[in-house]
Design a protein around this ligand. Structure first.
Ligand SMILES: CC(C)=CCC/C(C)=C/CC/C(C)=C/CC/C(C)=C/[C@@H]1[C@@H](COP(=O)(O)OP(=O)(O)O)[C@]1(C)CC/C=C(\C)CC/C=C(\C)CCC=C(C)C
Length: 599
């Protein structure tokens, strides 16, 4: 005999367990808060309704199939409120987390208002109709009860989150449909086994599948739609706060002021916010997508707020690097570097020391006119985007990055590994430090602070940056020579220094060195990278919990280039792992390898 508890033990709880296992790397504090909030609201809002419907005979439970009743409803039914909310929210997380929230903002006023008000009017009418037809004992009762119960909530949520939901319609629909179909199947099983009965007098007696009254399917779809919409409202509010940091300055925290800010962000219409911010972000994302498949793949493993700021930082680093690399005239290169330095000076003009950071966003006085004439659209966008996150970043790493660019302009050669490491520190150690600041500020724990381990972590983040830069150099010997006439190989590695430098930097014909030599140089730098990697990787355990797996995965995906070099019989040009291999490497690091930093 199947009982209601068996239904949970066999069909709902194992699914929640499996979904929790799959989604745990993405279950940040704010995601857990969101799910808990949805569960809490669902218990409070559904309890009186469910008791009312059972009292009026909408459905019944044989006493021998349930543990006990609280009011008119069995305890397993109360459990179900939490189970359905959790199951659908976890599944929705897996469906919708991949896109950057601000890209789902609708800035067009007229379509925004139509998408907002037409469904709200529809829900309003349905609520009234539902109330009218929810006559106890009548076959319209069940349908009517679902309508008057859910439609007012949908009206409220649609006001703030409807447009956001529509922009994510494909993933949001998948989030609604699959758990609804699954619950229909479980329900059908329970109905067949007499775990509960739907009253024939208060329903239409229309069956969508064998033994499954249409009202049951309708119920699951409507409730799951409400749960996914509630999640979308939360994500929209967070997206607004993380995109418009000046207007919404508070960091994530579970307290009154933050929740108040969140409500404001939920209510606000996206079209009232400046769309240029999102356009800048879109351009930064394009820069990343075009420039680096490794970091594009890795970026998806971070929660939306951290991902966004990492992308902004990436785009700034990439365009400033390209501004210099792609400019053939040496004098123009210098002018571009000066311009970037001027911008950094203006951006950090109010800092008292190299590592001084601000707690809240504030207006920065930048004379944009002088940049507009000299920078391209994409460059301007990445400069502007950085301006919105710079308040919590220190200035020193930016100056180090510029010092690295200066080395490139000067075409400096590296005599030995010490020179190589110094360069790597400038261009990538600096980036490692900035990544740590982003993760500290944007993580879901406003109390998180590195305190005692600060120097250690910063040191190791620089080291990890150096590791990735070494991989980059070991991979790009051919491209650096051919496109830039640059050689980053320490000259102490070379048998005939002058000749090889001539071939690489002047002749730009790296292939004439032969695969054997190119591979030899590459492998020496990879060895160095591996040694530093094993020294730095342990510091990951000092980072906020929610980013540990993602940081490991990001660095491992990039280091995957090493195996692409090693497994190639010749020295490949820009060796890279296939996309699927990168995804596998990322997931393996995220789920398995990172456990030693988390457990
Ligand atoms: C997930 C994500 C979007 C991350 C972005 C990280 C980021 C901001 C990278 C900046 C990249 C950049 C363009 C820097 C300019 C100098 C430069 C060229 C550096 C090389 C990067 C490679 O980028 P590229 O565009 O060439 O990519 P492809 O090879 O074409 O795929 C570098 C190799 C530097 C990268 C260095 C880091 C990302 C720092 C890593 C360190 C941490 C994350 C800290 C870890 C913390 C501890 C405690 C260990």
């Amino acid at each position: 005999m199947l009982t209601y508890l068996d239904v949970h033990l066999m069909y709902t709880l194992p699914v929640i367990g499996a979904l929790a296992l799959i989604s745990w790397p993405f279950l940040t504090r704010s995601e857990i808060f969101k799910i808990a909030l949805i569960c809490g609201i669902s218990i409070v809002y559904t309890t009186p309704w469910d008791n009312y419907v059972v009292w009026k005979g909408g459905w019944t439970y044989p006493e021998d199939r349930v543990l006990a009743f609280i009011g008119y409803v069995p305890v397993e039914e109360y459990m179900f409120f939490v189970i359905q909310s959790t199951m659908t929210s976890l599944w929705a997380l897996l469906c919708v987390r991949w896109s950057t929230p601000c890209l789902n903002f609708n800035y067009d006023r007229s379509t925004y208002l139509l998408i907002r008000w037409i469904p709200i009017a529809g829900f309003g009418v349905l609520a009234v109709v539902g109330y009218e037809i929810a006559v106890p004992g009548h076959h319209t009762f069940y349908t009517g009860c679902v309508l008057w119960w859910m439609c007012p909530v949908l009206m409220f949520m649609w006001y703030g989150g409807g447009n956001f939901f529509v922009k994510k319609i494909v993933s949001a629909t998948a989030a609604v449909i699959l758990p609804s179909l699954y619950l229909c199947w479980v329900d059908q099983l329970a109905l067949k086994n007499n775990v509960w009965h739907i009253n024939k007098l208060t329903s239409y007696n229309v069956f969508v599948a064998e033994d499954l009254p249409y009202e049951e399917a309708f119920f699951f779809f409507v409730v799951n739609f409400t749960i996914v919409l509630a999640g979308a409202c939360f994500d929209k509010a967070r997206g607004i706060m993380e995109t418009y940091t000046s207007e919404y300055p508070l960091r994530f925290a579970i307290n009154g002021p933050y929740i108040n800010q969140m409500l404001r962000a939920f209510i606000v219409s996206e079209y009232l916010m400046p769309s240029v911010v999102t356009e800048d972000i879109q351009k930064s994302i394009n820069v990343l997508n075009v420039a680096s498949k490794s970091f594009t793949t890795a970026s998806f493993l971070f929660q939306a707020g951290i991902r966004l700021d990492l992308i902004i930082l990436y785009a700034f680093c990439r365009v400033t690097d390209d501004m210099i690399d792609n400019e053939p005239d040496i004098n123009k290169k210098k002018i571009k570097l000066q311009l970037t330095e001027k911008f950094i000076n203006e951006l950090f003009a109010d800092r008292k020391s190299d590592y001084d950071v601000k707690k809240k966003s504030h207006t920065v006085n930048i004379n944009w006119a002088q940049y507009e004439t000299k920078l391209t659209d994409v460059e301007m966008s990445s400069f502007r985007a950085l301006t919105r996150i710079a308040f919590y970043l220190p200035r020193k790493p930016f100056y180090e990055l510029l010092a690295g660019y200066q080395w490139d302009i000067d075409g400096r050669l590296f005599r030995n590994e010490a020179d190589l490491m110094e360069y790597c520190n400038y261009v990538a150690g600096s980036v490692g430090v900035l990544c740590v600041y982003i993760m500290m500020y944007r993580c879901d724990d406003d109390k998180f602070d590195l305190l005692e381990s600060y120097d250690y972590v910063i040191d190791k983040a620089q080291q990890m940056g150096r590791v990735l830069q070494l991989v980059n150099i070991a991979r790009d010997i051919v491209t650096d020579s051919k496109t830039l006439g640059r050689c980053y190989i320490p000259t102490e590695y070379m048998d005939d220094k002058q000749e090889e430098i001539r071939i690489l930097c002047d002749e730009k014909n790296p292939r004439s060195l032969g695969d054997k030599k190119l591979k030899k140089y590459s492998k020496r730098m990879i060895q160095l990278a591996d040694q530093y990697q094993s020294e730095s990787v342990d510091a990951i355990k000092c980072l906020p919990n929610e980013v540990r797996g993602s940081v490991l995965a990001a660095t491992e995906i990039y280091r995957g280039n090493i195996s692409a070099i090693k497994t190639s019989p010749t020295y490949p040009t820009r060796a890279a792992l296939p996309r699927l291999h990168k995804i596998f490497l990322g997931l393996y690091s995220l789920y398995i390898k990172s456990n030693r930093f988390i457990l």
